[in-house]
Design a protein around this ligand. Structure first.
Ligand code: SF4
Length: 214
């Protein structure tokens, strides 16, 4: 009798283990599928915003651009970097941060052990190049703001790096001084659970100095 009870107990235990591991595998498969769908939806959403930008003429910058400069990097990255505005190299290629300052930025990322294409999603406050590389006006930034906010919401990063005074002012107000707030963390985007970190813009001169040492 005792032997039979023991037998039943061991069989039951086996069934419970089997059930547990099968359920675990099903839950993990479902999670994986849900993640894949989430990533596909995100990429589709970003593609749609990009298409809107491509035919956008909401501000004067639309008249003089060659290409819209929408983004570079990984839409699933935890860090989103927002620069000022596209320059000549970016306007010609349609990719943000590819000029001297961009190369410098990529070098810094690599020195810190990051991969630009994998670990960052990069964009600008405005998607079209301001003539003569001037700073975009408040009106131009306002016109482009909806695209940027939708981009941030879609990427849903853990950290937003505001690169330079223009992008910092877009989120923290025109009165801020980048030299006083750089390196400090802010939580300012109500509907996005991300910390915001302002940093100094990388200028071409600074980039030249470092890159020429290679
Ligand atoms: S800068 Fe933005 S708002 Fe202005 S034309 Fe380009 S995409 Fe449109």
């Amino acid at each position: 009798m005792i032997n039979y009870s023991l037998y039943i107990f061991i069989r039951l235990n086996n069934y419970i283990y089997l059930l547990y591991f099968s359920l675990k595998r099903v839950v993990s498969d479902l999670n994986q599928k849900a993640n894949t769908v989430k990533i596909m939806l995100k990429e589709k959403e970003l593609e749609e915003i990009k298409k809107e930008c491509e035919c956008c003429q909401k501000c004067e910058l639309g008249k003089t651009r060659n290409k819209i400069v929408f983004s570079d990097g990984n839409p699933n990255a935890k860090i989103l970097l927002i620069g000022e505005a596209p320059g000549a190299d970016e306007d010609a290629s349609g990719v943000p941060f590819v000029g001297r300052a961009g190369k410098f930025l990529t070098k810094i990322m690599e020195e810190c052990g990051f991969n630009r294409k994998e670990d960052f999603y990069i964009c600008n406050t405005v998607k079209c190049r301001p003539p003569e590389n001037r700073v975009p006006t408040d009106d131009e930034k306002k016109c482009c703001e909806d695209y940027l906010l939708r981009q941030i919401k879609s990427v849903n990063p853990k950290m937003v790096v505001l690169c330079g005074a223009t992008s910092a002012k877009t989120f923290l107000g025109n009165k801020i001084k980048i030299s006083q707030i750089r390196g400090k963390m802010y939580k300012i985007l109500d509907n996005i659970d991300a910390m915001v970190l302002p940093m100094q813009q990388m200028r071409g001169g600074m980039a030249d100095m470092f890159l020429s040492e290679e």
